[in-house]
Design a protein around this ligand. Structure first.
Ligand code: HEC
Ligand code: HEC
Length: 376
């Protein structure tokens, strides 16, 4: 089924059917990272030409419906491929209701988005990012025609082995580029922890219990939990953001969405009748946090100090809170050590030409004459 057709069909379907579809799409979560060991994030094998094409596409505003925003509008290289805002912006005329996650190491995830609603692959995540009306609101057929007009793309698609530009290959090239965004150069990976960071690492694995969920090279088990992060009232105060959330909720089959006063998180996948899955969010990676404040699915925490204080209190106030969230009784010094450890997990910013399309993307190429008959 074409994504648009699927979307229309889904809109008409009942909540039960949606739940089944969501859980089918999300089976990837079960195969979460089995590598619990800490260590550098493994590099991925990348096809250089396909990744270069993906890089240009990532920074190209013509991939959004009205050519106003690119992927990089919300995933900015100098902000760790997040955007520095509590809640992301959205396609002009709508407002975002989630924090934009970093895309560094995202190619290693087992499921994507804060609720983990896509557990298949980055090809699907790319499609969703392009076509969702509150993201880039792009019609893939129009996108394909736009790209075919640009001689630089025609050449790059051919050189990458894709033949003529097509929406299918856009959805392959962008993920290939995302595979190049891997953490590198942190003090942790270099084995150069300060005494405070080293003490923080011991707390992290021991007394503070962080490693129960933040495990493996990316410091995440790719599973959803309720830690009791407070709701962001902005989503209910700001009509643009609220409307977007309601539309998303209707689409995902959230029960009683008009009276819902919180982001239900992973509940959209499991739809438990008793609501015990409400407020679960995917464990994020702890890499590159230096660049990606504010934190949590709704940007409710401004600093790592605030995050650690939150855990020290035993997390937030939520009936569904994970049982491991208990007051930690850490001293001020110990909390500082944990922050120093978290800071040691940030490496070199991925802002060089290897990661960023630095050239201007010109759009003043001549119109192709009789384009319906023209072969690229
Ligand atoms: C308008 C802002 C915006 C734009 C434009 C945007 N994103 Fe995102 N992106 C977000 C937000 C917000 C989320 C989290 C959404 C959620 O959890 O529901 C996200 C999530 C993601 C994720 C999942 C990350 C994770 O760790 O789960 C990937 C991958 C991603 N975006 C890639 C892209 C790509 C590729 C593009 C361009 C085709 C793009 N995004 C365009 C805001 C944006
Ligand atoms: C029960 C599992 C669990 C435990 C234990 C846990 N975390 Fe988390 N962590 C999460 C989840 C889930 C989130 C996202 C919550 C949200 O956004 O609602 C998160 C978010 C974070 C973030 C924000 C990252 C970002 O990019 O927004 C930081 C930092 C963090 N945790 C550090 C820690 C530290 C330090 C500890 C130990 C004191 C810890 N965590 C213990 C599951 C856990």
């Amino acid at each position: 089924m074409k994504p648009r057709v699927l979307q229309k069909w889904l809109t008409g379907a009942c909540a039960g059917a949606l739940a089944i579809i969501a859980s089918l799409v999300l089976t990837g979560i079960a195969e979460a990272a089995d590598n619990k060991a800490f260590g550098p994030v493994p590099k991925l094998k990348v096809d250089a030409k396909k990744a270069a094409l993906g890089k240009r596409l990532f920074f190209d505003v013509r991939l959004s419906g009205d050519a106003a925003i690119s992927c990089a509008s919300c995933h900015m290289p100098d902000k760790g491929f997040a955007d520095g805002l509590p809640l992301a912006k959205a396609y002009p005329g709508s407002g975002g209701f989630r924090n934009a996650p970093s895309l560094i190491n995202t190619a290693h995830r087992a499921a994507w988005f804060w609720d983990g609603r896509l557990g298949t692959n980055l090809n699907d995540v790319t499609r969703e990012s392009l076509t969702e009306d509150w993201m880039m609101n792009m019609d893939m057929r129009l996108m394909q025609e736009r790209i075919k007009q640009d001689p630089v793309y025609v050449k790059m698609f051919k050189e990458a082995g894709y033949g003529e530009p097509s929406n299918g290959s856009v959805r392959k090239a962008i993920p290939e580029y995302l595979k190049t965004l891997i953490s590198t150069g942190s003090a942790f990976d270099a084995g150069k922890l300060s005494a405070r960071a080293q003490s923080g690492f011991e707390l992290f694995k021991g007394k503070a219990g962080c490693a129960a969920c933040h495990s493996g090279p990316r410091f995440t088990d790719d599973q959803p939990y309720n830690t009791g992060v407070p709701n962001n009232p902005e989503i209910w105060k700001n009509p643009m953001r609220h409307t977007t959330y309601v539309a998303f909720g209707l689409f995902m089959g959230i029960e009683n969405i008009y009276n819902q006063r919180r982001d239900v998180g992973a509940h959209i996948r499991t739809h438990k009748a008793d609501g015990s899955d409400i407020g679960k969010f995917m464990t994020p990676s702890l890499r590159e946090l230096k660049y990606t404040a504010p934190y949590m699915h709704n940007g409710m925490m401004k600093s790592l100090k605030q995050v650690v204080a939150f855990y020290n209190r035993g997390g937030g106030d939520d009936p569904n809170k994970d049982s491991r969230m208990k007051p930690l009784n850490l001293s001020k010094a110990e909390q500082g050590d944990l922050v120093a450890f978290l800071e040691s997990l940030s490496g070199k910013p991925l802002t060089g030409a290897a990661y960023v399309w630095k050239d201007k993307i010109p759009t003043d190429y001549p119109v192709i004459k009789d384009w319906r008959k023209a072969k690229n």
